[in-house]
Design a protein around this ligand. Structure first.
Ligand SMILES: Cc1cc2nc3c(=O)[nH]c(=O)nc-3n(C[C@H](O)[C@H](O)[C@H](O)COP(=O)(O)OP(=O)(O)OC[C@H]3O[C@@H](n4cnc5c(N)ncnc54)[C@H](O)[C@@H]3O)c2cc1C
Length: 442
């Protein structure tokens, strides 16, 4: 008998409970569905996905099948091919993931089979940590305490690649090289999408052994490069947060504790989206009246200057250029560019979030939408709307020697670099005035 592992956002052989469960009583076949929904992805992320699947296929001795089509159709066809009665998969909690797994479950059941969900992309699955009255947490700090108290299982043993059965070829098998080649070859990010699981684990161990200690003190400094750079692999499930929490557990230093709490932010945002799926598009708190947001050609021009990193505010521009050239941006700078767009230029957060979706390699729907809401002051436990970052003060505090901005803006000290596109103090006053007016009207 063969079982089936439906690979989703858990593209790894180590610490993978769904795959282990599929292999527990039988050899498992493995399938990934290259769905039409992936067209919504940026070329960059598709390129990384294609390279990752290619690498995982190599690590499984060619056993992983990647097939084009809706997940329900792909998974059902693969289950029939090997006559698997049970399909094992990690559970998703985002609105799209929930809809997809519902369709897969229905298709399998109609055929006398079923899907078993084992694990999720989180150490503690969304919905598990609740207040004593049974309602979800709205504020991070008490969530963090309960999340720590709840705890998580120890990392699982690595799955064995030789116990994977190969599916016979099918018409909808995806040629992964071709997929990678479809991505815009002029995008500077394209050559950076290489991936190997073994190298990733080494990098994570290296970060925990050598760098996490200084994480608490230095993580806000974009010039020091003191963060883990693991967000992309966490987003794709190439490393599980539980694996990292396991590596951190013997450590008692402040850096390890702060790093753990950043992983908890990831879980908090996923939990919030699970309980409030409307948060993927709509503000959870209204801060300005509809007419107060920038509209029309002026808004488009302001947005273009922001997107292209030519606002004349160096930290904003450096961040936007780092994003364009690498598909990643430092967290502190993400906060500054997002605040500038929403609170200085008064462009709704959804527009900025959409640009991030197209450009971030670590794009994660829950993290992106909820972090934007956090900065915009529209989320549940958000930075208050009236707290408006001053891009110059932020620069002085977090890039004191200007190393970060000089790195990303080569023309910084030349006449080619634009003057500031707005007066920050004026923009701040107008925004606060509109905010207080809107508040008084509600
Ligand atoms: C406007 C905005 C949009 C964002 N969009 C995304 C996104 O699409 N995908 C994404 O993974 N992160 C997003 N973040 C969160 C954060 O900026 C990145 O996770 C972090 O910069 C990734 O770099 P790192 O792996 O070196 O982080 P580290 O500092 O090394 O942190 C380790 C891990 O903790 C998690 N983490 C850290 N900070 C946060 C946070 N604020 N919220 C949630 N998880 C966090 C990430 O998984 C990260 O990889 C966004 C933040 C902002 C302000």
């Amino acid at each position: 008998m063969t079982s089936l592992w439906w690979a989703r956002r858990d593209l790894r052989l180590h610490d993978n409970p769904a795959l282990l469960e599929a292999q527990r009583t039988a050899d498992a076949a493995a399938v990934f569905a290259w769905t039409p929904a992936l067209h919504w992805w940026s070329g960059r992320r598709s390129a990384h996905l294609a390279r990752s699947l290619w690498s995982l296929r190599e690590d499984t001795g060619g056993a992983l099948a990647v097939r084009r089509g809706e997940a329900a159709q792909v998974v059902l066809a693969a289950a029939r091919q090997v006559d698997a009665r049970v399909v094992f998969a990690a559970q998703e909690f985002s609105p799209a993931g929930v809809a997809e797994q519902g369709a897969v479950a229905a298709a399998l059941e109609a055929d006398g089979r079923h899907v078993e969900f084992v694990g999720s992309p989180y150490a503690v699955a969304p919905g598990r940590v609740l207040k004593s009255d049974g309602t979800p947490y709205r504020v991070f700090t008490p969530f963090l305490e309960s999340w720590r108290a709840h705890g998580w299982r120890a990392p699982a043993i690595p799955a064995s690649p030789d116990r994977l059965a190969r599916l016979a070829p099918a018409d909808n098998d995806v040629d992964l090289d071709l997929h990678a080649a479809h991505c815009d070859a002029t995008d500077p990010v394209y050559p950076q999408v290489e991936f190997r699981e073994a190298r990733l684990l080494e990098a994570a161990e290296d970060f925990v052994a050598h760098d996490v200690e200084r994480y608490a003190a230095e993580r806000d400094r974009p010039d020091l490069d003191a963060t883990s750079h693991l967000s992309r692999e966490l987003a794709f499930g190439q490393i599980h947060p539980r694996t990292l929490l396991g590596m951190l557990s013997p450590l008692r230093n402040e850096g390890a504790r702060v790093f753990q709490s950043q992983l908890a932010w990831r879980e908090f945002h996923a939990d919030t989206l699970w309980h409030a799926p409307q948060a993927q598009r709509h503000s959870l708190t209204v801060v300005l009246d509809e007419d107060d947001w920038a509209h029309g050609a002026a808004a488009d021009a302001a947005f273009a200057a922001w997107r292209e990193g030519r606002t004349g505010f160096t930290l904003v521009d450096a961040g936007m250029r780092q994003l364009a050239q690498t598909g990643w941006m430092h967290n502190r700078v993400r906060m500054v560019v997002a605040s500038f767009l929403v609170k200085d230029l008064r462009v709704p957060w959804q527009r900025g979030a959409e640009h991030f979706r197209r450009t971030l390699l670590d794009y994660d729907h829950a993290q992106n939408q909820l972090n934007w809401q956090w900065v915009a002051g529209t989320g549940r436990d958000a930075s208050p709307f009236f707290r408006i970052f001053n891009p110059r003060t932020q620069l002085e505090r977090f890039d004191p020697h200007l190393r970060y901005v000089q790195r990303w803006i080569p023309e910084l000290d030349t006449p080619a670099y634009p003057a500031p596109m707005i007066d920050h103090r004026e923009a701040r006053e107008t925004t606060l005035h509109l905010y207080h007016q809107a508040k008084a009207r509600r």
